[in-house]
Design a protein around this ligand. Structure first.
Ligand code: PLP
Length: 429
């Protein structure tokens, strides 16, 4: 049953009322590796998926379970899997349904780490990733063939901050039995990709969900809205006997439990075998962060919008990248898909180029200079001298990075203090 309550309520209440053993209201940290079986029959039922319960923390844990339930409720899905990082979530979301010889079609507008994963690691294990420009959704159809198992994209990708056409691309995929996997990292609480047809979410919890820059983790969420069984040839690994689980056919084995074939398979085979488990302590910290996600996002959005306005008129700035300042199709997509605000990220370009970018960053006093986003504190980075410095100017330009480009992850400080720090650093840039 979908949780019909609002985001603010879900993040405080979904998945936990009190601890069943102690009545504790705060979610306890179940720091245990294993769980005593009641009997051999109980153990056998758990392993045979006849009964749900705890076996071993690499595969499931009661603290992680609350995080999974809460994020499932927030996104309107049917089940989730907490994993050790956003990267693990991206990798497992694809490997759950693609094998050697298969391909996926991905948006070019991706986090650099995901780009590396797709262009190198997945390629090396025989999964081809076909990158297409999301400006025209039809590019996804054009790159599709019989071996295409999924589409992949980010809701609010930086640096361009061009919101992805979720419905347009998921409609194309659904005609052919292809699920759209969305990385919603920068837009949790702002956009609900499942409402627009996405089938799976694979996000980092490290950013806005945790919100305080203290833990690495990821989440895969299953919408339950994708009919895997209707496409046996397109989706063989959920429809054919799985030798890694005594021949289970996932769409059939899980049918009595609901439309959870994808997410169960990810847990009991991929997570079991690859071991990319979340620490219960990190899950606790993500739950702590999640409680204030809607409140924080409101302030992140308000501050980022105010920063965009401030920078727009600054004499040292040639261009500001923020959805509120976009026009035409990109503005339409932002207004269609980001119902709760335009997000906490803002980019801008300094007229003085590379040298100016470096001077600006070195002059910042309050903003942290880090390779991260989504912290409660304001963060800044100059990609041309850091994260993108190994790339040629041409490739940098393709990814949306220019020499004078600076990315801001605008935090929760008072807007006057944020502007004051930007202003004094711009004076020195
Ligand atoms: N997806 C996006 C959009 C990101 O920005 C990041 C990290 O910056 C990741 C995924 C990877 O997340 P993690 O660092 O938790 O592995």
């Amino acid at each position: 049953m979908p949780d019909s309550r609002n985001n603010e309520t879900i993040v405080l209440h979904a998945g936990h009322r009190k601890d069943s053993a102690t009545n504790a209201v705060a979610v306890p940290i179940y720091q245990t590796t294993s769980y005593q079986f009641d009997s051999t029959e109980h153990a056998s039922n758990l392993f045979g998926l006849k009964e749900f319960g705890n076996i071993y923390t690499r595969i499931m844990n009661p603290t992680n379970d609350v995080l999974e339930q809460r994020l499932t409720a927030l996104e309107g899905g049917v089940g989730a899997l907490a994993v050790s990082s956003g990267q693990a979530a991206s990798m497992m979301s694809v490997m759950n349904i693609a094998r050697v010889g298969d391909n996926i079609v991905s948006s070019t507008d991706l986090y650099g780490g995901t780009w590396n994963l797709f262009a190198n690691q997945l390629k090396d294990v025989g999964i081809e990733v076909r990158f297409v420009d999301p400006e025209d959704p039809e590019n996804f159809r054009k790159a599709t063939d019989d071996k295409t198992r999924a589409y992949y994209a980010e809701t609010l990708p930086n640096p361009k901050l061009h919101v992805f056409p979720i419905k347009e691309v998921s409609d194309i995929g659904r005609e052919m039995g292809i699920p759209l996997i969305m990385d919603n990292t920068a837009a949790h609480g702002l956009c609900k990709p499942f409402e627009h047809g996405a089938a799976i979410i694979a996000s980092s919890c490290t950013k806005y969900i945790g919100g305080h820059g203290n833990s690495i983790g990821g989440i895969i969420i299953d919408s339950g809205n994708f009919d895997w069984k209707a496409h046996p040839e397109r989706q063989p690994y959920l429809n054919q006997p799985d030798p890694s689980y005594h021949g289970a056919v996932w769409t059939e084995a899980t049918a009595p439990l609901g439309p959870i074939a994808y997410i169960i398979k990810a847990r009991v085979t991929l997570l079991r075998d690859s071991g990319q488990a979340t620490s219960p302590f990190n899950a606790f910290l993500f739950l702590q962060g999640l409680e204030t996600l809607p409140l924080r996002m409101e302030r992140h959005c308000a501050n980022a919008k105010a920063v965009a306005e401030f920078l727009k008129d600054h004499p040292k700035v040639s261009r500001v990248i923020h959805p509120s300042l976009m026009e035409g199709e990109f503005r339409r997509r932002a207004d269609t898909y980001l119902m709760g605000g335009y997000g906490g990220l803002c980019g801008f370009e300094l007229k003085g180029g590379l040298e100016s970018g470096k001077k600006f960053i070195d002059a910042l006093e309050m903003f942290y200079h880090v390779a991260n986003i989504g912290d409660a504190r304001s963060l800044a980075i100059h990609p041309a001298s850091t994260t993108h410095s190994q790339l040629s100017a041409e490739v940098q330009a393709q990814t949306g990075v220019t020499e004078g480009y600076v990315r801001l992850s605008v935090g929760l400080e008072h807007i006057d203090d944020i502007k004051a720090d930007l202003s004094q650093a711009l004076d020195k840039a």
